[in-house]
Design a binder for this molecule. Structure first.
Ligand SMILES: Nc1nc2c(ncn2[C@@H]2O[C@H](COP(=O)(O)OP(=O)(O)OP(=O)(O)O)[C@@H](O)[C@H]2O)c(=O)[nH]1
Ligand SMILES: [Mg+2]
Length: 215
């Protein structure tokens, strides 16, 4: 894992304890906020824990709407972190119950956002630590590699596994993505529920965006 200094971990803690607010949910690409702040986006299968991870990072339970019902997040949702950066919650993919046209609409929107956003510093591609990479994830990785959007894989729900198991999945996942050009060569292990891995992920996001908590 990347070594973060104690100072970086502390600076990231301060950064993410600043006020976070919901900016807007966009259903159309024309509605996106002006690209005037660095952004990081959270992508992954429906129900993988994108909205929960955003809540965990900022320490707020109800900022992003999370739910056990897949397809909860249906727009591209923007959250502002005290004018320093934005966290972007994307609609999930692989959601079997939605109609084809609905799915296509979400996916086209997510894809358009990911491809064309000049201020997008990194995508966090979430994978359920119990399941590892699936075929639908591979498609998402292919699209990110093709668009040359820098992304890092983040395993979620590590609290559902026994100690050490998530690390084994992380090692296998890292091996599987080793030849992918746009992949960050580390896999993060997190639990939004218990907070595991969140200090390091905050530090990684602070580095990726260059956001200064003290400015
Ligand atoms: N045990 C555990 N459950 C989690 C964790 N993160 C999310 N969950 C649960 O997983 C379910 C889905 O979480 P969401 O955050 O809504 O998932 P999402 O990826 O935003 O889903 P969509 O918006 O449908 O794409 C919820 O019931 C969460 O409580 C975690 O770290 N540990
Ligand atoms: Mg969601």
């Amino acid at each position: 894992m990347t070594d973060f200094t104690d100072e970086e971990i502390e600076a990231a803690r301060v950064l993410f304890s600043r006020p976070a607010t919901f900016v807007m949910g966009c259903a159309k690409i024309e509605q996106l906020p002006d690209p005037d702040l660095p952004e990081v986006a959270f992508a992954g299968r429906s129900n993988v824990g994108k909205s929960s991870l955003i809540n965990g990072l900022v320490g707020m339970h109800k900022l992003a709407r999370a739910s056990n019902e897949p397809g909860r997040t249906r727009e591209v949702n923007f959250f502002d972190l005290d004018g320093r950066m934005r966290l972007v919650d994307l609609p999930g993919y692989g959601w079997a119950k939605a109609s084809r046209t609905t799915v296509k609409k979400f996916q086209d929107l997510g894809r358009d956002y990911l491809r064309g956003r000049v201020t997008l510093k990194r995508v966090y591609l979430l994978i359920d630590s119990r399941h590892g990479l699936k075929a639908v994830d591979t498609e998402a990785l292919d699209a990110l590699d093709k668009a040359a959007v820098s992304y890092q894989i983040v395993l979620t729900k590590a609290d559902k596994l026994k100690a050490g198991e998530a690390e084994a999945v992380a090692a296998a996942t890292l091996k599987a993505i080793s030849k992918r050009p746009a992949a960050f060569p580390e896999v993060a292990v997190t639990s939004a529920e218990k907070g595991g891995g969140l200090p390091e992920l905050r530090a990684a996001i602070a580095r990726a965006t260059g956001a200064d908590p003290y400015a």
